[in-house]
Design a protein around this ligand. Structure first.
Ligand SMILES: C[S@@+](CC[C@H](N)C(=O)[O-])C[C@H]1O[C@@H](n2cnc3c(N)ncnc32)[C@H](O)[C@@H]1O
Length: 278
């Protein structure tokens, strides 16, 4: 097998493995049937307490980058259970949820019903988005491209750029090499057979990784999540419900006053690619 074929096979294997691992994970989450968003006073309190966690940080980043104008459709390409896409839809943005995992889309659908929302849900791959060119005012994903190799990331970014309108933005959030905790937590869990997601890269700069693709675009890249990286500490614990709940409770209780520390480099690399006029 020649070098480029071998590389292509590795990329295809990584993409296939990621889809398989996530489907397995989302099938379990979906079967547990727990509602994703708590409501009422309890929901408000939980949201406040968890303000230094990854969920709050990522929601804020995506809201800031995508904006809340009601103009045009936004695509989340690798939406998982729709934690982010449904928040966008709830705030009035027309959002399309796409994922390879049928279980994730089914769960996102039942959560959407609960919230009385009807965002289109599409089963598909970020490598072959089933849409015409330039139909979305923005596209984004979080934690998807880090499960692929360099060429896979490039292909996925190219596809997201293709379906984004001129002047629109592609926002890609990946696992950042500046996170100290994540690699140790991942290795610790993997050595004990408790890491269900397979390969996950840590990236220092997507712009530096695929300069040939991004050289003609206006790119803004930054790192966030100094504090939220410590949330991954739960992978050091055995998978016992009570212990994990204690960990998360303690983490959120101790960190909520320090959410501002997430403005410093840490868990997430955010790459925002702005399309020009064509
Ligand atoms: C880290 S999860 C995303 C979680 C999501 N941001 C959320 O908040 O629930 C990564 C997602 O990428 C999806 N995925 C994996 N390979 C994909 C592909 N080729 N195309 C689209 N989605 C893919 C997985 O099914 C999974 O839902």
């Amino acid at each position: 097998m020649i070098q480029s074929d071998l590389k292509q096979k590795q990329e295809t294997d990584l993409a296939r493995e990621s889809a398989k691992n996530w489907e397995k994970h989302w099938a379990k989450v979906s079967a547990a049937g727990k509602p994703m968003f708590a409501s009422g006073i309890w929901g408000g309190f939980k949201k406040f307490l968890q303000r230094a966690g990854s969920g709050a940080l990522i929601s804020k980043i995506i809201r800031t980058e995508i904006g809340d104008s009601s103009e045009g459709y936004v695509l989340e390409a690798g939406c998982g259970t729709g934690y982010l896409g449904l928040q966008m839809a709830r705030s009035g943005r027309k959002t399309v949820l796409l994922d390879v995992s049928p279980s994730a889309l089914a769960y996102a659908g039942s959560e959407a019903n609960r919230l009385e929302l009807k965002p289109p849900r599409v089963k598909g791959s970020v490598f072959h988005l089933p849409f015409k060119d330039a139909v979305f005012s923005g596209t984004f994903n979080v934690g998807v491209l880090d499960h692929f190799g360099q060429q896979g990331r490039k292909n996925a970014a190219l596809e997201m750029l293709r379906v984004t309108k001129p002047q629109g933005k592609v926002t890609i959030v990946t696992n950042d090499v500046r996170s100290y905790v994540h690699p140790y937590a991942m290795k610790y869990a993997a050595d004990r057979g408790r890491w269900p997601f397979g390969f996950k890269a840590a990236i220092s700069s997507l712009q530096a990784e695929i300069p040939d693709l991004l050289k003609d675009y206006d790119v803004n890249e930054y790192s966030r999540g100094f504090l939220s990286q410590f949330e991954f500490g739960h992978y050091f614990l055995p998978p016992m419900g009570a212990l994990k709940a204690l960990f998360f409770g303690t983490f959120y209780f101790c960190t909520w006053p320090f959410a501002f520390l997430n403005r410093f480099a840490g868990q997430y690399l955010v790459t925002v690619i702005k399309k020009g006029d064509s």
